[in-house]
Design a protein around this ligand. Structure first.
Ligand code: PEP
Ligand code: MN
Length: 361
């Protein structure tokens, strides 16, 4: 990170950027309220810090030790002096403020009527953002693959999603499972979701980042927090810092019955908030894999400080073609949102200051 002096001129900044580029490296130039900071993208050992420090306008060159640098809270504190998280706009909703955001909808879009009905119901229950899968990651090729399995039905389903979002005034989120989905989905969705199975797909992360749309990146169920953040860094390095992180459960340990689909790692919430300025939300539906735990774990997620939740909802779970066992009803969602908002308000006076700890500069 090249920290420029306060009031460094544009010419001084341009000279430093040109020098970094001469070494075959990329740059991330961030100008905040305090000063400009230039992040190096690529192998920084190719350029000497002492050499850069001789440039006019440079105050200091500092090494950020973590593999994720551009999304590191330390980095934003350098140019903004701010310790708050980044807020992300998706349509008329802002994620990462003091108010939790609720994303809800079916696992998969099955037909227009199903989606329209659920959209009306989740809106009435208090949801802010509508979810609905078109391209579904499925373990078995014999399971319902989502309407995305055919180009024509994929576009139809995306049209319904947009229509439902517009009708009920909710931004919409849907998953892109491969690079070939990006161009089409970006025309319809407000937030692009990258599912846990694809967290490691660098090419998908880069292609999604290129759309300039907010990206919701789900943690892989076998990924450490460091890996999770390192892959989020690929999005930031492509010039898009509108990243919403999502904890959705990791693989349970041991030989016996684990009782849940995954293990929800709620410690990840405050840890991620300490490490980065990006907001983190929680998906209790895929973590638990059973509807009787969704209310409890949602409230626990909000208590842990999550900026929001992503929840699967269906008016008739038995009829759902995908993940029926973890769907809650619209009525349950309304109660869940009420409970979570109460927890959020109860927690507010006790919010600790941990997040600011790493940011002293
Ligand atoms: C989903 O949200 O539809 C989904 C498949 O989740 P995950 O990638 O977390 O399994
Ligand atoms: Mn699902």
């Amino acid at each position: 990170m090249i920290i420029m002096r306060k009031g460094a001129t544009q010419e001084e900044i341009t000279n430093v950027v040109a020098e970094i580029k001469k070494h075959g490296l990329g740059t991330d130039v961030s100008t905040g309220e305090i000063r400009t900071v230039i992040g190096i993208i690529g192998d920084e050992t190719r350029i000497s810090a002492t050499h850069l420090e001789t440039f006019s306008g440079v105050k200091e060159v500092r090494l950020i030790e973590t593999p994720y640098k551009l999304i590191n809270r330390e980095y934003s504190a350098l140019f903004d002096g701010k310790t708050e998280s980044r807020t992300i706009n998706a349509g008329n909703v802002v994620i990462g403020t003091d108010r939790p955001v609720y994303m809800a909808g079916p696992c998969a879009i099955e037909d227009r009527e199903q989606l329209m009905q659920i959209a009306a119901q989740v809106k009435a229950a208090g949801a802010d953002i509508l979810r609905g899968g078109v391209y579904k990651p499925r373990t078995s090729v014999h399971s319902f693959q989502g309407l995305g399995s055919d180009r024509k039905t994929a576009e139809e389903a995306l049209t319904w999603l947009r229509e439902a979002g517009d009708k009920y005034d909710m931004p919409v989120i849907t998953e892109i499972r491969g690079e070939s989905h990006v161009e089409l989905v970006k025309e319809y969705a407000d937030i692009l979701q990258i599912g846990s199975r694809n967290m490691y797909d660098q090419d998908l992360l880069t292609a999604a980042a290129g759309t300039g749309k907010p990206i919701l990146l789900k943690r892989h169920f076998g990924a450490s927090i460091e890996e999770f953040l390192s892959f989020a860094e690929y999005i930031a390095a492509s010039g898009n810092k509108d990243i919403i992180l999502c904890e959705r459960g990791i693989v349970p340990v041991g030989k016996g019955k684990s009782f849940t689909r995954y293990t929800l790692d709620l410690q990840a919430v405050p840890v991620v908030q300490k490490e980065t300025y990006l907001p983190i939300v929680v998906d209790p539906s895929h973590a638990a894999g059973r509807r009787d735990l969704i209310m409890t774990m949602s409230m626990a997620a909000i208590a842990s400080g999550a900026s929001g939740l992503e929840i699967e909802v269906h008016y008739n779970a038995r009829e759902a073609r995908c993940d029926g066992q973890q769907m809650i009803t619209p009525d349950e969602l309304a109660r869940l949102i009420e409970g979570c908002n109460q927890i959020h308000n109860t927690m507010a006076p006790f919010k600790n200051n941990d997040r600011a700890e790493r940011c002293t500069n």
